[in-house]
Design a protein around this ligand. Sequence first.
Ligand code: AMP
Length: 502
Amino acid sequence: MANHLYDALFGRHEGLATPFLHLPDGSSLTHGAFCDLAASYGAALRQAGLMPGDRVAMQMDKSPHMLALIAGAIRQGVVFLPLNTAYTPTEMAYFVGDAGAELLVAGNKVAAALAPVAEAAGARLLTLDPDGTGSLADLARGLPPMAVEPRAPGDLAAFLYTSGTTGRSKGAMLSHDNLLSNARVLTDYWRFTEKDVLLHALPIFHTHGLFVATNVALLAGCPMIFLPKFDAEEVVRFLPQATAMMGVPTFYTRLLDDPRLTRDLVGNIRLFVSGSAPLLAETHRQWEARTGQRILERYGMTETNMNTSNPYEGERQAGTVGFPLPGVEVKVCDGTGKEVPKGEIGTIEVRGPNVFQGYWRMPEKTAEELRPDGFFITGDLGTIDADGYVTIVGRAKDLVISGGFNVYPKEVEMALDALPGVQESAVIGVPHPDFGEAVVAVLVPEAGASIDAKAVQAALASSLAKFKQPKHIDIRQDLPRNTMGKVQKNLLREDLKTLFTP
Ligand code: AMP
C-alpha cells in the first residue's frame, strides 16, 4: 500500500536535482536533498520510539528543517502538530497534554522552559534549531532511511489546533486526503506549474503557510523562496524573482506603505493571493492602482482547508471570497441547517473532501459543529449573491444583538472605514444594562489625521439605522492582531466590557 500524502507531495521528488527551497542567504535546497533530510528525520522519529499514529508536537522557528521534520512525520505515519511560536509554556502544556504527544520537538532557546511541560505530559523532549543542530538531528545522523509507511487516504496526518479565541483550543484532525484533495484543487484552480516561484513569508504552524502554500508548491513541483517571516525589506528584495505570493491582508497593507512597491517591482508576479482574515475592499483597490494587479481573495479555515476562491480568470470581486471550490459545497443557513433565501445573511456551512475528521477527543464539540450529513457549521456569517459570490460578514460569535436587533459588525465597519481620516475600525458588542449589548467602535486614524468621535457619530446618523450606530467610539493607534493578521475582538471586548456596566 502507498502513503497517500507522502507519495503525492514528496515521494515523486525523491532524488531530483530540481530546486525546492531558495533561502535568503542565497543558498538552495533541491527536492532530492529535502527528501533525504525528511527521510532522516522520519527515521529519527521512529528511533525516538514513535509508532505510526503517535503524535509529535513541535514549537520551533520556521526553517527548512522544521518543514523536513513535518515531511518525515508524514513519511513514517506519525501525526504532527505544529504549534504557534508565540505560545507560552503554560499554553504548550495544554496542547502537548491534550494531544497525548509522545514527543515534543522544540528550538534550543525554548527547550529549558518546555522541559517541565514535556515531563508533565509524559512526552520526550528533543531539540532542533533552524540551522539543523540539536538532539533530534544528532539522533538522525547516520540512521539509514526506513521504508515509507503505508497510509490510507482516511488516516490522520496532522492536528492543527484552532486559535481558540473563545473557549479552549480544539485539535482539528486532518486526514491525508483532507490535505491532498484540497491541495490538488488549489494547484489547478490557481494554475500553478513547475515554472512558478512562490514567495513564502507565512508561518508554517498554520493552515495557510503550511498546507495552502507549501502543498501547492510541492504538487506543482515549483520552488519557493522560503523566508523565515514577513519582513517588508526582504519581501521587496525577493518579489522580482517570484511569480506568486500568498499572504494575509497585513502583508498587502504593509507593502502598500512602502514607496518601493511599484508595477515594475511586481512585474514578474502572475498571482497575489490573500486570505486568513478579511481583505478590505479599499486595500484591493489601492493594490490594483499601485501595481496593476488584482489580488485574488480566498476563504478557508483550520477545520476545512480552503472552501472558496475568487476566480483565476474572470472577475475577482473586492470584498468577496469568490465561489465554492470544485468539489466543495457551500450553503448559507439559518440555525437549523435550512438554507436562507439568496442574498440573505446566515451561517456558512461547508461539505467536501476538505472537511476535517472531527475534534480530537471532543466528541460533543464535533457533534455540535459537524452535522451527520457531513456539513460543517463554520461559525462564519455570510451571504451568496445572485452570481454565486460568497461574502463573509463576520464570525457568528462577533454578531452584536442590541435591543433585540442583529447588528453585523462588518456593515458598521464599512461605513466607518469610508469616513475621511479613518484607516480601519473594529466593531464589537459590550454588555449594556438596557440593550443587552451596545455597539462600540474602535477606530484607528490614518497617519497624521485626527478623529473627532462626535463628528463620526454625526456622520453615521444619516447612513445607519439608530440601533447600528456605535454608542461609544474608542480611538487607538492600532488594533490588536494575531500572527495571521486577524483582529482579536475578544481582547477589545475584554478591555471595554465595563463601559456601560460595572
Ligand atoms: P483559521 O482557522 O485560523 O484559519 O481561521 C479561520 C477563520 O478566518 C475563518 O473561519 C474566517 O472567520 C476567517 N477568514 C479566513 N479567510 C477569510 C477571508 N478571506 N475573509 C474573511 N475572513 C476570513
